[in-house]
Design a protein around this ligand. Structure first.
Ligand SMILES: [Fe+2]
Ligand SMILES: [Fe+2]
Length: 349
């Protein structure tokens, strides 16, 4: 697997070359003179200061031409939200934070958690829609974090392209692509969007309802921009304080979006209430069945399923049939006929 290294300083470049000296096919160049040619490698490792405007501009131009590259590993100096968001916005498929050990980097390069033969069958248009979706997520999260208005039109446009891909290529390719190329909250939101679209299509919803559904899915966890990454990405069990912090995200998302004229009340309601259950045991408002809309009921099932099947470090990915069984056993919390209808999406589509 040929690897190309790009770094913004000669020190970073030589450190990475030393780390990868035993890797069979490595090329490298400085970011300032980068002249990457397409088709010569399938992995790029980038080590650069993402707070430097020139670096961002060069990387943006570079990755605009490299959407076919399967693995784009960015190494950043500090785990700040903005640097992480910036890396994903530029097209990263994995972000590592310094100090990165040789073994960690080699493990990332060798990671083939999804068989390449399967991925090779995935259409480039699916990969491009996923990359555009991740970039839209990164931009939304960055705006939510800095207090800028969210570009709702752009996010909806990207979600519409995802919906086109699901309608044409089906859900399987989408799940494979997103789980392989993206991680964390972006992976989750992209999975929810694809699953919600497929669920809406299988239910025969009208076009306008599907548009509301995929928009709600894109925005549903925007409030997580306000949660520290140390809590959001914590690999082990959350303690009570951390759990309480995570549970602030629906209200935080509602607050981020509520003044935005491009957001309709149904989407705002879905962002606030996607963790409510029919039996009143959800949060933040402990709503009961009569107060939970159909859109929210569909989104909640899609959200739970996505959370169960997403790829996470340190644990194997849950098979779709096992995830569906868990949903089916959530007695009283989810609408039974909808859960029954979801079976086809979960297992077959
Ligand atoms: Fe959520
Ligand atoms: Fe979610």
């Amino acid at each position: 697997m040929p690897v190309h290294i790009v770094a913004d300083t000669s020190n970073r470049l030589s450190d990475l070359r030393v780390m990868l000296e035993r890797h069979p096919a490595v090329t490298s160049e400085l970011l300032s003179g980068a002249s990457i040619r397409c088709g010569e490698f399938d992995t790029v490792v980038v080590a650069a200061d993402l707070q430097v405007v020139d670096n961002i501009a060069t990387l943006k131009e570079m990755f605009g031409k490299l959407t076919h590259i399967r693995k784009r590993i960015f190494i950043i100096d500090r785990k700040t939200r903005l640097c992480t968001v910036q890396a994903y916005a530029l097209g990263a498929t994995r972000v590592l934070v310094n100090p990165v050990s040789q073994s960690r980097l080699l493990a990332e390069l060798a990671d083939r958690s999804h068989p390449e033969t399967t991925l090779n069958k995935v259409l480039p248009s699916t990969r491009e829609a996923a990359a555009a979706g991740a970039a839209a997520m990164a931009s939304m999260f960055s705006d939510a974090l800095t207090g800028n208005p969210i570009d709702v039109g752009s996010a909806k446009g990207t979600a519409g392209k995802i919906a086109d891909r699901i309608a044409e290529d089906g859900l399987c390719d989408w799940l494979e692509t997103v789980r392989h190329h993206h991680e964390g909250t972006y992976q989750h939101c992209l999975l929810v969007t694809g699953i919600a679209v497929d669920f809406g299509l299988s239910l025969g919803l009208a076009k306008a309802d599907i548009e509301r559904l995929y928009s709600a899915a894109m925005f549903h966890d925007i409030g997580k921009a306000k949660i520290p990454l140390a809590v959001l990405d914590k690999p082990g069990r959350l303690d009570a304080r951390e759990r309480a912090l995570i549970e602030t995200h629906p209200l935080a998302g509602y607050d981020v979006l509520k003044g935005n004229p491009a957001i309709c009340p149904e989407i705002l309601d879905a962002v606030r209430h996607h963790h409510e259950y029919l039996d009143g045991s959800g949060y933040p408002d402990a709503l009961c069945a009569g107060s939970i809309s159909d859109l929210v009921r569909i989104l909640t099932i899609s959200d739970i399923f996505a959370a169960l099947i997403e790829r996470r470090p340190y644990r194997p990915t849950m098979p779709r049939d096992r995830a569906y069984e868990i949903i089916r056993n959530m007695e009283g919390k989810l609408e039974r006929p909808l859960v029954a209808a979801f079976r086809a999406v979960a297992l077959n589509r």
